[in-house]
Design a protein around this ligand. Structure first.
Ligand SMILES: Nc1ncnc2c1ncn2[C@@H]1O[C@H](COP(=O)(O)OP(=O)(O)OP(=O)(O)O)[C@@H](O)[C@H]1O
Length: 474
């Protein structure tokens, strides 16, 4: 069997030679072109597992080749070589459909990593597509929005471009990120999701980049960070807007260099990680207000994927509800009674699909013989836009949800007369108390409890785990 063939397009003889030698040593065949014209002639004749092109060529720009290859030779990944510090070129190329980029001076270890992952992507070559490729998507829904989303995910899975996922809490951002990973050539490697809002600032660097034994008190052994743990796979930065500015600088550097340094280490190590970030905040606004660095935003926000809230795709309610019931109690074991779908459709679901899951899970506990009736739903009536018999079309024009009444207004606990003799324990107790009160008030609906407390669902879940608070059904 012949080796995969790579097309190198560069007019600088020295660099071309370096690339050729490196690729040949990797057991690959190489064709070299000095101009766009020559590259086009090669492409017309042969099949390539990867095209690697410089951005400036004597007869035009590499970006033209990116556009041609991504439209005319869809199965062929194309990567670009950009000048050091020219983030703009890299981002433009990725937006145009480039698989990835390397910066000059070309670091050979990074080039090899990039080529290997391109080979896994290119059809019929060394790699296999991810195990989930071809498998049914876990993102359920037949609305045009969901169909479009699944198609977009299929395309995005084939590149290394950083993706920024936006959408309300519970709309499926993490699920979408997992789906991109599962359909990519990285599927066999780890998917690591990090909730940036839940890590104490002092621990962030250690958590992201790892540390060496003895780097600080308590560092009893070497430990990897998220970047090393996700090596070869995908790192999801959830609630990325919550990253403190100091950490944003370090993250930007890691993304630019594709290298990280453990705390206490002298040398940096290369990391091969695809980044997906997510937030329910408006990141562009965070940039405007100075809360988020523009340069990091630019790097993370190369491709945008937006998840619609559930109330904007009510057509999906039926199929989602059925799939969830099947998962909760087994296929065909539970059904929705008359008017249930209409009642659900009249609700605005501020907690989106996660809230639908919660509502159904709770309703099942009340349902007789697995048939969920309207009375089993216990939706907050304040949020129903129409009476329970409202038709779906009317529900689509529903007003946004009325805010839920806040609990006791005091945000700060009343200070006891005597000072606590163990502050952390005391604060933990206060926190536990407040969370338990919010949970009791919402019949253990964690989505609503989180809203009451003005924190995200994930933050609440994290705090509950930390404080060992268990929902009755856990
Ligand atoms: N289209 C969908 N099909 C099936 N399940 C879904 C879909 N969208 C979301 N879910 C389910 O809803 C729950 C919430 O999804 P997910 O955690 O991905 O949301 P999120 O947007 O990341 O939430 P947050 O902003 O709170 O982090 C999960 O249990 C997920 O499996």
């Amino acid at each position: 069997m012949s080796s995969p063939r790579i097309l190198v397009v560069d007019d600088e003889a020295d660099l071309r030679e370096l690339l050729e030698i490196t690729l040949l040593k990797m057991g690959l065949d190489v064709d070299s072109a000095e101009t766009l014209g020559q590259a086009r002639a090669f492409l017309a004749k042969g099949e390539y597992a990867l095209v690697l092109t410089d951005m400036r060529l004597p007869d035009g720009l590499g970006i033209e080749l990116v556009r041609e290859v991504t439209t005319l030779y869809k199965g062929t990944p194309i990567a670009v070589i950009t000048a050091y510090g020219s983030a703009e070129n890299a981002v433009v190329a990725l937006k145009a459909g480039a698989f990835d980029y390397v910066t000059k001076p070309v670091a050979l270890d990074q080039l090899r990593i990039m080529v290997q992952s391109a080979l896994r992507v290119s059809t019929g070559q060394a790699g296999q597509p991810g195990p989930a490729a071809g498998a049914p998507s876990r993102l359920i829904g037949e609305s045009p929005a969901m169909q479009g989303l699944r198609a977009q995910i299929g395309r995005l899975a084939r590149s290394m471009a950083p993706i920024s996922i936006t959408g309300e809490s519970g709309s499926g951002k993490e699920l979408a990120a997992r789906e991109i990973h599962a359909q990519s050539s990285r599927a066999a490697k780890p998917f690591i999701a990090v909730n940036c809002g839940a890590i104490p600032e002092a621990l962030m660097e250690a958590e992201f980049f790892g540390y060496r034994k003895g780097a600080f008190t308590g560092a009893a052994e070497d430990r990897d960070g998220f970047f090393q743990a996700a090596n070869g796979g995908t790192l999801m930065l959830d609630e990325v807007a919550d990253l403190p500015l100091a950490m944003q600088v370090k993250l930007l550097r890691a993304i630019q260099e594709r290298r990280v340094r453990k705390i206490g280490a002298t040398a940096e190590e290369p990391v091969d990680v695809r980044l997906i970030s997510a937030t329910h905040q408006d990141l562009a606004k965070c940039v405007e207000t100075g809360k988020f660095r523009q340069d990091l935003f630019y790097r993370l926000n190369v491709i945008e994927l937006s998840l619609p809230p559930l109330r904007e795709r009510l057509d999906d309610l039926g199929v989602l509800a059925n799939a969830m019931l099947d998962r909760l109690v087994g296929p065909g074991q539970a059904t929705l009674g008359p008017q249930v779908l209409e009642t659900l459709a009249a609700y605005s679901f501020p907690g989106n699909v996660r809230e639908l899951e919660n509502v159904l899970e709770r309703a099942l506990a009340f349902a007789n013989d697995g048939v969920i009736e309207v009375g089993d739903l216990s939706l907050k009536s304040a949020r129903l836009a129409e009476p329970s018999s409202a038709p779906v079309a009317a529900a689509q024009a529903a007003e946004p949800p009325a805010p839920v009444a806040s609990p006791a207004p005091a945000a700060v606990p009343p200070a006891p007369d005597a000072l606590p003799n163990n502050l952390p324990e005391y604060l933990e107790q206060v926190e536990r108390d407040i969370i338990l009160r919010a949970l009791a008030q919402t019949q253990f609906n964690r989505t609503q409890a989180a809203q009451l407390l003005g924190i995200s669902f994930r933050q609440l879940r994290y705090q509950m785990q930390k404080l060992d608070i268990q929902a009755p059904e856990d």
